[in-house]
Design a protein around this ligand. Structure first.
Ligand code: ZN
Length: 68
């Protein structure tokens, strides 16, 4: 899942340029749950999952549970 960036606060100015602070939102690889709290590095990328079982990040289906 690509990491999504969302504004995390009010704009401010730095060197006469307007800057919008951005925060990353990680989506679960399995279900797309936004704000997946558990990340696992694999090579150059970090995979994110919504659950944690037996010491490993896994998809717990949180995104699907909330889907309408
Ligand atoms: Zn998931």
């Amino acid at each position: 899942m690509p990491t999504e960036f969302v504004p995390s606060g009010p704009d401010f100015e730095r060197s006469n340029q307007k800057v919008t602070p951005m925060a990353p939102i990680y989506s679960c690889e399995g279900c797309g749950y936004r704000g997946a709290p558990f990340g696992q590095r694999r090579g150059d990328e970090v995979l994110s999952y919504c659950g944690w079982v037996d010491g490993q990040p896994v998809c717990a289906g949180k995104g699907k549970a909330n889907a309408s």
